[in-house]
Structures are given as C-alpha cells and as structure tokens.
Design a protein around this ligand. Structure first.
Ligand SMILES: Cc1ncc(COP(=O)(O)O)c(C=O)c1O
Length: 374
C-alpha cells in the first residue's frame, strides 16, 4: 500500500536557524581554559529568587483549581501600582493588565494574536532581540528593520516593536523620540508595542516608558507595553510577565488567550504580586548588576574594547572594530564566551554582547583574564 507523504507545511522552516548552535566551538574552546568557562553569553539571572517571592509562591501551593487567564485582581492592581511607583506611568486601569507566561511567549505570538497577516508590515529594530522577527514570521507578515521613522517612507505599518532600553545595545529612547513614534502611529493607525523588560535597569540617565504621560499625553490608544519580571526580579525560571496599555487591545488579547488556555499558573501569579509590590529586592538586584557592570566595563576598556550605548540594560555592547566572530574567538582564547552581534541583525556584525548576568566570582575571573598581561 502506498502511504501518501504529507505535504503539510513545517512551521519551523519559516524560522531562522537557532543561532546558539553556531557558537558551540567557541564555547568548547572557552570551557577548556584553565579555571573554566566565564559564560557572559546569555542574559539568564544567577542570583537566587528573593525569599519574599518564594513565600508568596508557596502560599497558594495547595490551591487545586484553574487560574484565570486575566489574573487575580491583586496581581493586576500590583502591576498598575508598580508602573506608577517605579516608572511614573499613570492611567493604567488594572482591568487592562494581562499576565503572560514570560514575555517571549507573548512577543512571539503577538502579531498572530492581533490578527495580522501577509498584507501587514511589522517594523522591528535594526539590531534586535530575535523574537520580534520570530513573531512576525509566525504571523506571516512582512518585516522591515528600521530605527528611524524616516527610513520607513510613506508606508503605514500595522505594528512597530520598540525595545528601550534595548537588548543587545543598551540604547535608551528618550521622551522626544518616543513622542515622535506615538504621533507617527496615531497618524497611520499603527500599533506600537514597547518591550520594556530592562526599564528598571538604567545606569546613566533615565529611561521613559511608552506609557509615560510625557510621551503619550495619558492616551494609551494603540499602545502596548510588555514587562517581564525575569530580569528585574530574577524570575526567568518562573515565566512571569504582563502586557498592558490600550484597554481594547488588551481585551482582545484576553479573549483569544482565554480560548487558548494561555493562563499563568496561580503560584506564579502570587509570586508576581509579591514581586511587583516590593521595590527593595529589585533595588538590591540592580546594585549587584551595577557592580558587575563597573568591573566588566573597566576590564573591557583596558583590553582595548570600545563600548557603544549600554547606558541601560543587562549587556555591554562592545567592539574591537573587527568581525564579531573574530572577537568571539579572541575572548574564547581567554575562557570567556560572549554573544556575537550578528545574532541580532546584520548591523550587529562588528559587536559582541557581554552579559552582566554572571556570578561575582565569574565576573571577577573574566575581568582578570581580560586585563592579564600575557
Ligand atoms: C528584549 C527582551 N524581551 C523579552 C525577553 C524575554 O523575557 P521573558 O523571560 O519574560 O520571556 C528578553 C529575554 O532575554 C529580552 O531580552
């Protein structure tokens, strides 16, 4: 009997190759260094989850029922209050807060959840966290990389992804820049989605939210902000984030997510509520990163690197004005693993991204290797 070969489309073929496989050799070389690997390639937290958050997680561990997709009222109110207290964001109705299972999940699904298709254009930053492109590819939209509105010409994009402070560059978009994007979006009916997972990690100057009243004049129409607790509260393992902004867009997302079972587990909702209600653990973590940043910045500069942008966020965006894979090898010879800039778009091909998310001991080891006279 002939079995017909399925002609179904493999969704994975729409997506780029998983780039981390391409640094396996550099990783193996760096790991062979005496004293072991100093892995500064990924932005994963290494400091323990605060006891206050762990207690909140445990406090509902016995509850057996389904959580709601919309999240508990306590969680939504804690998110709205944290936005006001930490970032001066006003006018967020807790009903317009929607918890997500980590923000990567939301970003990768957003163009599709919002009903975009091949007729729509999604704009992502020139050098960007890869999931914006993935979201657009999964939604089957057209994609343009642009940092400035002038680059776009007369088109009316369906959606613009912003990321300030940015991964990987640490670049911050100021009030004036964001105001221009909002006014452009209002003229053309574009949805603006600001991924603000590094907003609480600013080292030089300050970083405004897209929902800051100085940016949007208190009008959230067609604007969404995405906040992750992974970095600021060390909750990457919990998968904890939320989206808020335009109440109509959030209501639409809620409706679709309800039908798809995209619920944040209740213990995580309780942990998020505690984390959003407490600024002290966040401030302590920020100071840990500030100290690591100072050490790495000094060592990289002494080793001849130039550090561009990096005024906020969890990375140093560095260059030796050579192809990033050459720099990757140079670092691997010293037992250090970085992320090559070409992971984030062609414009990143002469930079490497150095993460601040390693233990104090590994950061000290990396700094010593960078400054050692050989
Ligand atoms: C810019 C940016 N957005 C979103 C995320 C995803 O965070 P989450 O852990 O909430 O999925 C990351 C993680 O590195 C990131 O760098």
């Amino acid at each position: 009997m002939n079995i017909e070969v399925s002609s179904r489309r493999r969704v994975s073929t729409l997506l780029p190759d998983f780039p981390w496989d391409t640094i396996a050799d550099a990783k193996a070389k760096a790991a062979a260094y005496p004293g072991g690997l100093a892995d500064l390639s990924v932005g994963t937290p290494v400091d323990p989850v605060d006891p206050l958050i762990r207690a909140a997680l445990n406090s509902v561990a016995e509850v057996p029922g389904y959580p709601t997709t919309h999240g508990t009222p306590e969680l939504r109110s804690a998110a709205a209050q944290a936005l006001r207290r930490r970032y001066g964001v006003t006018g967020v109705d807790p009903a317009a807060v929607l918890p997500v299972i980590g923000t990567k999940e939301l970003i990768a699904g957003l163009p599709r959840l919002l009903g975009l298709d091949a007729t729509d254009l999604v704009v992502i930053p020139e050098v960007a966290y890869p999931t914006y492109e993935v979201g657009a590819l999964l939604g089957g939209t057209r994609i343009a990389r642009a940092d400035g509105l002038a680059q776009l010409g007369p088109v009316s994009p369906a959606l613009i992804f912003l990321n300030s402070p940015a991964n990987p560059t640490g670049k911050v978009l100021g009030v004036e820049h964001l105001r221009k994007v909002v006014s452009f979006a209002r003229e053309r009916g574009t949805i603006v989605v600001a991924d603000e997972c590094y907003l609480g990690l600013t080292w030089e100057g300050s970083a405004p939210s897209l929902l800051d009243p100085r940016v949007c004049d208190g009008d959230h129409t067609n604007l969404l902000v995405v906040h992750s607790l992974s970095k600021t509260s060390n909750l990457a393992s919990y998968r904890a984030g939320f989206v808020t902004g335009d109440p109509e867009l959030v209501a639409e997302l809620l409706e679709v997510r309800k039908h798809s079972g995209m619920m944040v587990p209740l213990p995580i909702q309780a942990a998020m509520t505690a984390a959003l209600g407490d600024d002290e653990h966040e401030a302590r973590q920020r100071e840990r990163y500030r100290a690591r940043r100072d050490i790495l910045r000094t060592a990289l500069t002494a080793a001849g690197f130039r550090i561009d942008n990096s005024e906020a966020g969890l990375y140093l965006w560095c260059t030796r004005d050579e192809p990033c894979r050459t720099t990757l090898d140079w670092l691997a010879d010293r037992g250090i693993l970085a992320a090559p800039g070409d992971f984030y778009g062609p414009a990143g091909s002469k930079h490497v991204r150095i993460a601040l998310t390693a233990t104090d001991e590994r950061v000290a080891a990396a700094a010593e290797r960078l400054t050692r006279r050989t």
